[in-house]
Design a protein around this ligand. Sequence first.
Ligand SMILES: Nc1ncnc2c1ncn2[C@@H]1O[C@H](COP(=O)(O)OP(=O)(O)OP(=O)(O)O)[C@@H](O)[C@H]1O
Ligand SMILES: [Mg+2]
Length: 343
Amino acid sequence: MGFPFISNDLGIDLGTANTLVYVKSRGLLIDEPSVVAVDKNTKKVVAIGLEAKRMLGRTPGEIEAIRPMKDGVIADFDLVEQMLKYFIRKVQKYRFYFRPRAVIGVPSGITEVEKRAVVDSAESAGVREVHLVSEPMASAIGMGIPVNEPSGNMVIDIGGGTAEIAVLALNGMVCDMSVRIGGDEMDESIVSYLKKTYNLLVGESTAEQIKIQIGSAFPLEDELEMEVKGRDLVAGIPKTLRITSTEIRDALNEPISTIIEAIKQALEQTPPELSADILDKGIIMTGGSSLLRGLDERLRQETNLPVNVIDDPLTCVARGSLKIIEELDKFYPVLMTTSRKMR
Ligand SMILES: Nc1ncnc2c1ncn2[C@@H]1O[C@H](COP(=O)(O)OP(=O)(O)OP(=O)(O)O)[C@@H](O)[C@H]1O
Ligand SMILES: [Mg+2]
């Protein structure tokens, strides 16, 4: 009888905010927050992913919801390993017959030690062959940009923990800048703004909701407002406030300006031939935070370059990673080197 030959190679985006797993011929099977809930007393993991995120900021005393990948780096090796294992196992029906290969998209600023941790975790989760690729490169491939050509493309991936700015040409990153500022920082700015201005304490999840609902980086045609619930720091009791998109834009200005400064610096460091390409083709923006209202317009205004946000910025790295594993021979040159890369 035999088993049907099903190749279950994986394209994985190990993001600070979200982890995605694409499986060849089966599609996007995992799209969950990179969150792990841990029992403080026993140190045991009690939930991972969506279930754990629901616990963030509202866990009972003994349970702590942790994001093991803070600021684009691995903050807790052990938990990242357990999380990655959990997601990989979840998609692996045929693991005893065909151990999959995987390409994993990671921040470009990742250290050797962090690379090892990612590779080891995937291997111990049953992956037979692990390759790493930088997030901007994976996004570009996910978008179908011909990265092997000499012509340059600027890709900016603004995620939860990092903003990565890369100029790609001839299968490599000609210019590569990574700042550890992304959507998380924006959320934190909202938390501290509400605290400073209204003595109102809100959690990270509420701040993220505010950002998505009314946040912006450029004046809106119709400014928005919303009701926010939190705890009054003085009276110590719950309080409701109405806040406007204008004030949230002010609150977001610092992290956004920092990202834009980094983009300008990257443009300055780009070799002139490639600058000419970017002038023609513009900047391509991806990552969840590129969905912030008016960020494209703000960038357009500050750089005088065309700016395009891609259609599906949240899944691009995972799609690109899968494409790479499907055509490994073609894409081999774009992979990151790891101390043990053999072939
Ligand atoms: N509509 C939106 N407006 C603004 N921000 C958004 C929107 N949708 C998602 N985000 C933000 O996008 C971020 C997540 O993006 P993404 O999944 O690309 O990050 P990641 O890949 O996990 O992180 P990183 O690439 O930094 O490791 C979160 O901070 C989230 O709040
Ligand atoms: Mg990302």
